[in-house]
Ligand binder design. Structure first.
Ligand SMILES: Nc1ncnc2c1ncn2[C@@H]1O[C@H](COP(=O)(O)OP(=O)(O)OP(=O)(O)O)[C@@H](O)[C@H]1O
Ligand SMILES: [Mg+2]
Length: 335
């Protein structure tokens, strides 16, 4: 079964039953080990589902995946129900959930990452440089076997890296929330899911800024607020890494920055100036279109140098975004 086909399963299939996906049958059909594992998840979820039911009508396979991903979060009373899907993304889907007693707000957002094999990888290597991988508790990897597996890129090592990607998002939310950056409040990370404050209400989810047209006054205010946030992040030694009007939510006149797995630590990554400049430029593109006068390069330079960083020669963005290892060498050499 191709990856696309399996993806379709996640999205659409509503008429499979557990028997059809039983591991034995799959193996007979020469399915990959990974798919057998996915099937096991499905079967296991059938059991979990007896204990945890939710309102959201998911497609069958998606339901299995959700039950498996959220079982621990539900068991620990972070959520009591899944109400609806907010958005299905390439690497994760976000769901609106009713909070459990462990949460101090009525609604929460669960960002549930797809299994690694079905994740549409962003070009993540450029962001990982200089980052120590984290384990499922968000601590730096310490087991030598895990470290070796990551270095050797074994299949298990790839799982560990995937978990680290998720842990970076959660840890970053914690750090930035604590520092007063406008990010959702992080509640929990269990398995492949992150639970955080929901931006929106029962009926509507906050739109991304890119979908919003602002009056000039408000545009100026939100531009200032965005710059304030970028500055605060730098003070915490963090660059968002994928900042743009797509990853800033707008609700009741306020902004919330989201989507942090690719966060970059300025001093550890040789491409950090490039990445920072790109973030600031994209933000300025949006606000310029709303009538705010801003110059991305000038602003990025001011913010960057005010935190003691040097503006260095930029790496050609073609190489920065390159997937091919030989292209990556061009900038990795600068380490
Ligand atoms: N805390 C939240 N409250 C409300 N909506 C949220 C929240 N977090 C994420 N969303 C919604 O889910 C979408 C996807 O979230 P996010 O950007 O974190 O994931 P992603 O996998 O990177 O998705 P994409 O590929 O679309 O960027 C957001 O664009 C937003 O619509
Ligand atoms: Mg996003």
């Amino acid at each position: 079964m191709s990856k696309n086909k399996l993806l379709e399963l996640y999205e659409e299939i509503d008429d499979l039953d557990a028997a059809e996906l039983a591991p034995k049958r799959l193996s007979q059909k020469r399915e990959s080990r990974k798919q057998v594992m996915d099937a096991k998840v499905f079967v296991r979820a059938q059991e979990v589902s007896r204990e945890f039911k939710f309102t959201y009508k998911a497609a069958r396979f998606e339901e299995a995946w959700l039950l498996d991903s959220l079982a621990d979060i539900a068991q620990h009373q972070w959520i009591s129900d899944v109400l609806r899907k907010v958005k299905g993304g390439k690497e994760a889907s976000v769901y609106l959930c009713k909070s459990g007693v462990a949460v101090d707000a009525p609604l929460v957002a669960a960002k549930v990452y797809r299994p690694r094999s079905l994740r549409n990888l962003k070009n993540d290597q450029q962001y990982r440089v200089g980052r120590i991988d984290l384990d499922e508790d968000g601590h730096a990897l310490w087991k030598q076997a895990d470290i070796n597996a990551v270095a050797k890129r074994t299949s298990y090592g790839e799982e560990v890296r995937h978990q680290s990607w998720i842990a970076y998002e959660f840890r970053t939310l914690e750090t930035l929330y604590e520092a007063g950056v406008d990010v959702p409040k992080p509640y929990a990370m269990e398995k492949n899911a992150i639970l955080m404050g929901f931006v929106g209400d029962l009926e509507y989810s906050a739109p991304a800024l890119v979908a919003v047209s602002l009056e000039l006054d408000e545009a100026k205010r939100l531009y200032d607020r965005t710059v304030y946030n970028i500055d605060l992040m730098l003070a915490q030694n963090r660059i968002h890494g994928d900042l743009s009007a797509y990853n800033i939510l707008y609700w009741n006149g306020d902004i919330t920055l989201i989507d942090f797995p690719q966060v970059v630590l300025p001093e550890s990554n040789p491409a950090s100036w490039n990445i920072f400049l790109r973030d600031v430029t994209r933000v300025c593109q949006y606000f310029s279109a709303q009538g705010v006068r801003c110059d991305g390069r000038k602003l990025a330079t001011e913010l960057w140098t005010s935190h003691g960083h040097k503006v260095v020669k930029e790496i050609d963005p073609r190489y920065l975004d390159a997937e091919k290892p030989e292209d990556r060498k061009v900038w990795e050499k600068q380490k």
